[in-house]
Ligand binder design. Structure first.
Ligand SMILES: [Zn+2]
Ligand SMILES: [Zn+2]
Length: 51
C-alpha cells in the first residue's frame, strides 16, 4: 500500500515532512527523513503522526 506523501504529513513534532533533513543512507530503496530543520525544534527523527 502506498503512503500518501502530500504536504500534509506532519511529524510528531508538528512540522511537515519537508521541514526535515533527508536521509539518503538507504537510497534508492528508501528515503527517510531525519531531524527537523526548524530552529529550536528538538525533533531528531521524522516520525509520522498516527491518526
Ligand atoms: Zn519532526
Ligand atoms: Zn519539528
Amino acid at each position: 500500500m502506498m503512503t500518501s506523501e502530500g504536504p500534509k504529513n506532519p511529524c510528531t513534532c508538528g512540522h511537515g515532512r519537508r521541514s526535515h533533513e533527508v536521509d539518503y543512507s538507504n537510497y534508492p530503496q528508501r528515503v527517510e527523513h531525519g531531524k527537523c530543520r526548524v530552529k529550536g525544534c528538538p525533533c531528531t527523527k521524522y516520525e509520522r503522526r498516527g491518526e
